[in-house]
Design a protein around this ligand. Structure first.
Ligand code: BTN
Length: 263
């Protein structure tokens, strides 16, 4: 039996004016949240689905979303410009790590910029999509989508992600989805209230999976070997190339390695 989301337990987040709309199945919670936002839904509207048929990942990839996972999207209306919107993704990454550690007692780390790893396997992906106010670079709204592999899917993971995808537990008779959901929402909104102060940046840096490691990055110029040094004050990735030169890469420009595929 799969751990179930319990609709009556979803409306307990501590965040002010957060209200939850639960669906058994949606193509994509990000898509539905976007429709709500475009129709005026207020900040804190959360769309949750027990599974998705067309879950979306970064870079146009699919996100494998069977009912063994947790999938939700939050409507946000922050006073941010598009350059600052990365703060939402990075704050969510820290919030998810904290929640996983509280609920499962396992260490959770961040693979820059939006993947969460436990035991060297990807257990969560984050996708933030924004809409701008006409003629400006100010956000009209942002949709923060979070997908977590909670337990192993009944038919396993598809071959193309089976090496990279991990899960949080094999105990299916517990309340972990509801606990994770509440913890993530609570942790996220506690960071979100002072988002632009970037007080969570040191924690993000501390939680980085690849610090000190040599990895390959895919840039517009092709694949390159770099040593990961950390993040800068704008969450750019500080790296050192083989010739010793140091550079900061932005998340729009690069992905790390070949195993960043979505699920
Ligand atoms: C990634 O790993 O590239 C990001 C994956 C984000 C998946 C979540 S699941 C909830 C929300 N709805 C979607 O369609 N995508 C996000």
């Amino acid at each position: 039996m799969t751990d179930a989301l319990k609709e009556e337990q979803l409306n307990i987040p501590l965040a002010p004016s957060c209200h939850v709309k639960y669906y058994e199945c949606l193509p994509s919670t990000n898509e539905t949240a976007k429709e709500f936002a475009a129709n005026g839904a207020e900040e804190g509207t959360v769309i949750v689905a027990n599974h998705q048929t067309a879950g979306r990942g970064r870079l146009g990839r699919n996100f494998f979303s069977p009912d063994s996972g947790l999938y939700f999207s939050i409507v946000l209306r922050p006073s941010l410009n598009i350059e600052e919107s990365l703060l939402i993704t990075t704050a969510a990454a820290v919030a998810v790590c904290r929640a996983i550690e509280t609920v499962t007692k396992q260490t959770a780390l961040i693979k820059w910029v939006n993947d969460i790893f436990v035991n060297n396997k990807k257990v969560c992906g984050i996708l933030c999509e924004s809409s701008l106010k006409a003629g400006t670079n100010q956000l009209e709204y942002a949709i923060l989508g979070i997908g977590i592999n909670v337990t192993t899917p009944k038919d396993g993971f598809p071959a193309e992600i089976s090496k990279i995808a991990g899960t949080l537990t094999e105990e299916t008779e517990n309340n972990i989805k509801n606990e994770l959901f509440t913890e993530i929402i609570t942790e996220f909104f506690s960071i979100y209230t002072t988002l632009t102060k970037k007080e969570f940046l040191p924690e993000y840096n501390r939680r980085m999976l690849l610090i000190g490691k040599t990895v390959s990055v895919c840039t517009a110029q092709g694949e390159k070997e770099v040593k990961v040094l950390g993040i800068d004050s704008n969450f750019g990735l500080k790296v050192q190339f083989a010739d010793g030169s140091v550079s900061t890469l932005s998340s729009g420009e690069v992905t790390i390695g070949s195993n960043t595929m979505s699920q």
